[in-house]
Ligand binder design. Structure first.
Ligand code: CTP
Length: 400
């Protein structure tokens, strides 16, 4: 299953490092070639000689080794791999990665690589549960790393809980799954998806928002990811978890969202699912506006940039496919068709968001896909199914 795949295995300094030896063998059994880097801590638990004997290559340990640098070089080492696998990923390695530190060979290779990174954390349960580690994990996920989560049980330190390195068979399965995505229909295609509401601040404590939950945009981003696309999800504030395997950019206002979308260009497709606030206050107050001292009946609003319209008209940088959503409470088809013409996008996905439909915030949606000369109406289904349906339509449009 992994024939011809080159894996750079970074072995951190934890008791689970001994399992890396079995991991090397199991990856090789699947046809992969493995090259090993040991951190200083990793070399305390298993010897470079064991790693070198199993990989049939040198075990790399030292950033400043003149021979290594002359023969291989840390940049080449990090690039001559199809996947960088970190097992065990210690709390220290994760913290370094999340903060862009590069003070040894392992962290330098991780910062220098242009290849996908998969982390297999292993540590004491308290270390795993600490807010700092969970913050780092969140950062690493939104930077696009994939994580094979640790298992629960008795830890080497004698405590119970989460923190055991995932089973070697599960790590191998995750690596196989990762490479399986290369043959998926949208692999190599870059997508931007906007989702959620935007918040437009009035003062430090108040803002203008809407009822969007972000569920539809996140479901679509996940469906596109499962089709192999490289997705940048630009999301306004929501209570949803960051989907794994997408690059996640959290924004607040419409203007932040536009900047993030422009920064993610060029892309093959942009799908604007976000319920962007059309207006923001003209003069955002630096201090809380006080009742009685401020005239709330005169809150002046100015129009926000239209992200969908802007992306539809960016000239040479315009994605091949630009899709917008239309949130309507009446004349859904007609308003959707008018929006298609007004925005200059390729399709509009119109949905009825009137109160009785419970679409805003709910788990179901019924959509109409509107194109220039045609439209198709679909029955109510879950937002997850809408995501899969749209991903299939998009794939059929982009891949001839
Ligand atoms: N949109 C956007 N930027 C805005 C407003 C809307 O990118 N400032 C996008 C939405 O993400 C969606 C589409 O435009 O894809 C339509 O959004 P919708 O709220 O339905 O329509 P509006 O353009 O806001 O028009 P109206 O409020 O009059 O219905």
């Amino acid at each position: 299953m992994l024939h011809g795949k080159r894996i750079l295995l970074i072995i951190g300094g934890g008791i689970a490092a001994y399992k890396a030896l079995d991991l090397i063998r199991r990856l090789q059994d699947q046809g992969a070639s493995v090259r090993g880097i040991l951190t200083k801590g990793g070399s305390e638990f298993i010897t470079p000689l064991s790693v070198a004997s199993l990989t049939g290559d040198k075990a790399y340990t030292d950033l400043f080794d003149l021979t290594d640098e002359a023969e291989m070089g840390h940049i080449r080492l990090s690039r001559e791999a199809d996947l960088v696998l970190v097992a065990p990923a210690t709390a220290d390695l994760m913290a370094k990665m999340a903060n862009g530190l590069a003070n040894d060979l392992a962290s330098t290779a991780l910062l220098a690589t242009d290849k996908p990174v998969m982390l297999c954390p292993a540590m004491n349960v308290e270390m795993w549960d600490k807010p700092a580690t969970q913050r780092n994990l969140k950062t690493l996920l939104s930077d696009g790393a994939t994580v094979v989560p640790p298992g629960e049980g008795m830890l080497a330190c004698g405590e119970m809980g989460a923190g055991r390195l995932a089973e070697v068979s599960d790590i191998v399965e995750a690596v196989i799954k990762h490479f399986g995505s290369e043959t998926k229909p949208l692999s190599g295609q870059l997508f931007i998806v906007t989702a959620g509401p935007t918040h437009e601040d009035i003062d430090p404590v108040r803002y203008i928002a809407n009822k969007s939950s972000g569920k539809q945009g996140y479901a679509l981003a996940e469906a596109l990811r499962d089709f192999g696309a490289k997705v940048t999800l630009v999301s306004g504030p929501t209570s949803l978890s960051v989907p794994e395997g997408v690059s996640f950019v959290a924004v607040r206002s419409a203007r932040d969202m536009l900047s993030a979308v422009e920064a993610a260009l060029p892309a093959d497709a942009a799908i604007c699912v976000a319920a962007v606030a059309d207006y923001r206050v003209a003069d955002q107050a630096n201090q809380k506006l006080k009742k009685g001292q401020s005239d709330f009946s005169q809150l002046a609003l100015i129009e926000n940039p239209d992200i969908l319209k802007t992306i539809s008209q960016v000239g040479a940088n315009r994605p091949t496919l630009v899709v917008g959503f239309a949130a309507e409470t009446e004349n859904v088809l007609e308003n959707g068709q008018a929006k298609l013409a007004r925005k200059g996008c390729d399709w509009i996905i119109a949905n009825d968001v009137s109160l009785q439909t419970n679409v805003m915030g709910g788990d179901e949606n019924s959509i109409i896909i509107i194109k220039k000369d045609t439209y198709k109406t679909f029955d109510k289904m879950t937002k997850k199914d809408v995501g899969n349906l749209l991903a299939t339509h998009i794939k059929d449009c982009l891949i001839k």
